[in-house]
Design a binder for this molecule. Structure first.
Ligand code: SAH
Ligand code: SF4
Length: 360
């Protein structure tokens, strides 16, 4: 559990030509050098790919027609493809992305007025085996590459006609444990926040983890990094062991120590996500212990009523209990919100992102 999946992304099945979608500037420079062009061309391609989000070489009108023809013949420009999109009554849309090796992952587009939140996957499946989570039940297939993670953003922004200047929030709360794939997640973070590219704000990007202390420590060492959310989900080791196997490796005391040591920016807070499972994690004693846990470092609490899915064996809390827990936490000075998960009717909500079968 200490890092079985902290490995480079796999060699993907590729066509005969390199895929530029997801390449950073160094790789683009090497590519244009191999084609006998000046490094300036790499910067132009980079701008087209990430600033303009162009998806076909013919759109790169800053390049000569002749060079475009050579790029067309000698490279691929292929982002993850949307295979299926399901719109929810609440305005959110769940997309199934097909990757180059045929694997399917899911992302969710959630507009709220003048800002949009995109929920991203970091792995095909997940190795962590949390018992309440649909993705956890499917096991792990592989890590996503930085390009595939970035591609979910590019593709969703294009599909929804995103305009420059509209705020975009990203949450790594789709399929996968991002701290099991930190190198590729941080590669995507660099591409996504590059001021000459998509230029997303680092403070609007949140990485959610089930609590891999080794990964939390590695993340804390980066000078530029996403914000941290921890899926706490239980307040005693006995219960957390039962629903989150990772707790047997790093228990609540180990987590608290890692979060206290996590270097925060001025005003930054760690989000504690807490899934409410009726009769399992939603007692008033849980609420009091949750408040005590949260007070150990700058934090805010996000209560997530369980989203039911087939075969889970858990039930959501009552509305009355959600209200009592909110009041209890607020009375103890804790900033608390409830995540009314969106996309529930299309199984796009947290923990419902699962592909039952895919090619490959
Ligand atoms: N693997 C990471 C991120 C993806 S899960 C993590 O576990 O943090 C995103 C969030 O959805 C986590 O807080 C998780 O606890 C929550 N979640 C998983 N299954 C859920 C379900 N069925 N109902 C509500 N929340 C769920
Ligand atoms: Fe993986 Fe997160 Fe689901 Fe746990 S809750 S199985 S870590 S995706």
């Amino acid at each position: 559990m200490t890092g079985a999946w902290e490995q480079p992304a796999p060699e993907l099945e590729r066509g005969p030509n390199p895929n530029v979608a997801g390449m950073g500037l160094p790789a683009l420079r090497a590519l244009v050098a191999a084609l006998g062009e000046s490094p300036f061309r790499a910067a132009q391609i980079h701008e087209g790919l990430y600033r303009h989000r162009w998806t076909r070489w013919e759109q790169f009108t800053s390049l000569s027609r002749e060079f475009r023809a050579r790029l067309e013949a000698g490279t691929e420009l292929r982002w993850p493809e949307i295979r299926e999109s399901v719109a929810s009554d609440d305005g959110s849309t769940k997309h199934a992305f097909q990757l180059q090796d045929g694997s399917l992952v899911e992302g969710v587009h959630m507009p709220y007025g003048n800002r949009t939140t995109l929920c991203l996957s970091s792995q095909v499946g997940c190795a962590m085996g949390c018992t309440f989570c649909a993705t956890g039940l499917m096991g792990i297939k592989r890590n996503l590459t930085a390009g595939e993670i970035t591609g979910q953003v590019v593709t969703m922004l294009n599909a929804h006609g995103h305009q420059d200047g509209e705020a975009v929030n990203l949450v790594f709360m789709g399929m996968g444990e991002p701290l099991h794939n930190l190198d590729q997640v941080m590669g995507a973070f660099a591409l996504l926040t590059d001021p000459k590219g998509l230029a997303l704000a680092p403070r609007r990007i949140t990485l959610s983890t089930s609590g891999l202390v080794s990964g939390i420590e590695r993340l804390g060492a980066y000078a530029r990094r996403p914000r941290l959310a921890l899926s706490l989900n239980a307040t005693t080791d006995a219960y957390r062991d039962r629903i989150m196997p990772v707790n047997k490796v790093w228990n609540l005391a180990a987590l608290a120590a890692a979060l206290k040591a996590f270097p925060l920016e001025h005003g930054e807070r760690i989000t504690l996500e807490y899934v409410l499972l009726q009769g399992v994690t939603d007692s008033l004693e849980d609420g009091r212990r949750l408040a005590a846990f949260a007070r150990q470092f700058p934090s805010k609490v996000n209560l997530i009523p369980f989203n039911p899915h087939e075969g889970s064996g858990f039930a959501p809390p009552t509305e009355a209990r959600i209200g009592e827990l909110m009041a209890l936490l607020a009375a103890r000075g804790i900033t608390v919100s409830v995540r009314r998960s969106r996309g529930q009717d299309v199984a796009g909500a947290c923990g419902q992102l699962v592909r039952h079968k895919g090619p490959g």
